[in-house]
Design a protein around this ligand. Structure first.
Ligand code: ZN
Length: 300
């Protein structure tokens, strides 16, 4: 039986702006997602730029703590599903995992290989950084935005922040980095996913998903104070403590659970493709994204 390969192509445009800003203030490195006109939706260019900045922060002995935040009104609206900078079909020669390139692969293999690299692989790399990371979240933190916040060790939220994973509407059981039942208790995680409703910063705090909620005007000051307090601790002590707690989470099944659910996620993408010709279950994500730039969803 011959295999039919239908290369997927896209109108790839390259952005000239810097998708992530990097600066250090004392012992703290600040990474700022910098696509504010698109609610900091994440294209691959941004993903690889985050990775580059994190490598810089880890390599710099003067940096003890890393903060991740978003420019503009929101932390992140999720994965890029319809901006002019969408670059799903681009090859990235400096890959971060040992997965082969997704471009020109047939059928479900295309998204499987891509998401192993840019979503699951990247998030796991970032979770395992040997330096403490803090997500400073304001405004929207939607779907793929959750993944960025969750891989950080701590989350400081503004009182206007909200969290939502709406992908069950597409027939998909949550975003690729399936940490929901670890970030929230299982019953709350089910409610979060079943309803696709926004969770306020205050409720996320009550559920243990965020460490602190502060007024928006105090967000940067509060985050700075927390980061500087942590930066006073010894580097190796911090690195070992982080590893210890991550290790315990993995002993509790986090890593294995995520591997299993990743395959359910891709079964859902394949089902969407088979039944609607769209791996997001027929959702017109471009229309959704353009209808409300504050609610861009994700490319799957
Ligand atoms: Zn996906």
């Amino acid at each position: 039986m011959s295999e039919t390969v239908e290369p997927r192509t896209a109108d790839i445009r390259y952005e000239t702006e810097t998708p992530v800003l990097y600066e250090t203030r004392g012992a703290v490195a600040w990474l700022t997602l910098n696509r504010p006109e698109f609610a900091n939706s994440q294209n691959s260019q941004m993903t690889y730029a985050i990775d580059d900045c994190l490598r810089m922060a880890v390599a710099d002995d003067a940096v003890k703590v890393i903060v991740l935040r978003g420019a503009g009104k929101h932390f992140s609206g999720g994965h890029d599903i319809g901006t002019p900078g969408r670059d799903v079909a681009k090859s990235w020669p400096e890959r971060k995992t040992l997965w082969y390139d997704h471009v020109n692969k047939p059928g479900a293999e295309y998204f499987y290989a891509r998401e192993q690299e840019v979503y699951l692989g990247m998030c796991r790399r970032w979770r395992e950084l040997p330096k403490p990371t803090i997500a400073m979240v304001h405004g929207a933190c939607i779907a793929g935005g959750l993944m960025l916040a969750w891989v950080c060790d701590l989350i400081v939220a503004a009182d206007d922040a909200y969290f939502v994973d709406p992908v069950v509407r597409m027939g998909i059981p949550g975003v690729e980095y399936f940490a929901h039942p670890y970030e929230l208790n299982p019953r709350i995680a089910k409610e979060f996913l079943f309803t696709g409703e926004r969770m306020s910063a205050e409720r996320a705090y009550q559920m243990g998903m965020v460490n602190r909620v502060v007024p928006r005007a105090d967000l940067e000051t509060a985050t700075t104070q927390l980061a500087e307090r942590i930066a006073g601790m010894p580097r190796l002590g911090l690195a070992l403590t982080k590893q210890a707690i991550n290790h315990v989470e993995d002993l509790q099944g986090k890593r294995l659970a995520m591997d299993a659910v990743f395959h359910m996620h891709h079964f859902a993408h394949a089902q969407g493709d088979l039944t609607t010709g769209n791996n997001l279950g027929g959702m017109d994500v471009k229309a959704m994204a353009s209808a409300n730039k504050e609610k861009p969803t994700r490319e799957g």
